[in-house]
Design a binder for this molecule. Structure first.
Ligand code: KG4
Ligand code: ZN
Length: 298
């Protein structure tokens, strides 16, 4: 189904994107074609890569392959506070990616230079929110609904849910135990659903508290107090506030993707990451051989 949905929509999406960016003559107005190579669902990646190859050949452009996760990292560097690109870079940064598929802490030491220093050993933070929302019958994606409910709650910690892996010495995350404990809590306390706002808020707090405390640890371990946060979950305003407080404590700063269109998955962030590859002359050598890497790492 995912494959078919991608195949059905890709031509329309591309023509809309060209229209919105007022590109009437791609051959002369575009510099390069960029495409996500992974990580992600193999069948969806395939559709994008096939189309990118087609376009590169049609317009005679070089092709740039981008890791989805580097797109999330670069998405914070699209605009400065005046809305103008680019931000000045002040390496090194500590990057945190929190999405539906990933929860990763990365040392971002220079352009295109990454070192993963922590990651989830099971579920991602966004996935935990999505699964909790599903258990509450709130649909998908769960993050935004839980955020709205949490905003209505009187107290962030009416119910106490575990903060997984906080005592571990490393910078890894784990969210599947939290999800399981939520499941059993609901089974044992079905009436708690009557206070759904408190429930959502308490669960959200368990996820965010864990993420923020691990990031705190990463700042202390690395000595890097400039933070870049990317991925769908950072659309959450309350979480943004928590990160602002965290970096204030460390005398650092935090960058988020511009809210309007760069928080969740999108092609703009892939284009931005690609522009830094183009600057360094990193292109796909043999277009025919480019293949998807569903479990691609940074
Ligand atoms: O980056 P993204 O769009 O896709 C992936 O690469 O996974 O992230 C999607 C995730 C979902 O888990 C969704 O529930 C979460 O981001 N999300 C949020 C919010 N908006 C989206 N989580 C918390 N608060 C939000 N406002
Ligand atoms: Zn993503």
């Amino acid at each position: 189904m995912a494959k078919r949905a991608h195949e059905e929509k890709i031509d329309f999406i591309i023509s809309e994107a060209l229209k919105k960016s007022k590109i009437t003559n791609p051959k002369s107005q575009l510099d390069f074609i960029a495409v996500t190579q992974g990580p992600g669902l193999a069948v969806s990646l395939e559709v994008g890569i096939k189309k990118a190859k087609e376009l590169a050949k049609l317009y005679g452009k070089k092709l740039i392959s981008v890791n989805h996760l580097e797109g999330h990292i670069y998405s914070s560097f699209v605009q400065n506070s005046q809305g103008k690109p680019p931000r000045d870079f002040d390496f090194p940064y500590l990057a945190l990616i929190i999405s539906g598929g990933h929860t990763e802490l990365v040392k971002f030491t220079g352009h295109l230079q990454y070192e993963v220093i922590g990651e989830t050993i099971d579920d991602a933070a966004g996935e935990a929110l999505d699964k909790a929302a599903k258990l509450l019958g709130l649909g998908y994606p769960g993050g935004p609904v839980i955020e709205k409910l949490a905003d209505l709650a009187g107290n962030i910690d009416v119910y106490k849910f575990p903060r997984p892996m906080l005592k571990s010495q490393d910078l890894n995350f784990s969210f599947s135990g939290l999800k399981t404990s939520f499941y059993y809590f609901l089974k044992k306390n079905p009436r708690s659903v009557e206070k759904i706002a408190d429930l959502a808020s308490s669960f959200q707090e368990a996820v965010f508290d864990t993420v923020v405390k691990k990031t705190d640890k990463a700042i202390r371990f690395t000595g890097i107090n400039r933070l870049v946060v990317g991925g769908g979950v950072i659309a959450n305003l309350y979480l943004r506030k928590k990160f602002r407080e965290l970096v204030k404590k460390h005398g650092g700063k935090v960058l988020f993707p511009p809210f309007k269109y760069l928080t969740g998955d999108n092609a703009a962030m892939i284009g931005v990451a690609a522009s830094y590859k183009a600057e360094k002359g990193i292109f796909v050598k043999d277009i025919e051989k480019l293949d998807r890497i569903p479990r691609m790492q940074l």
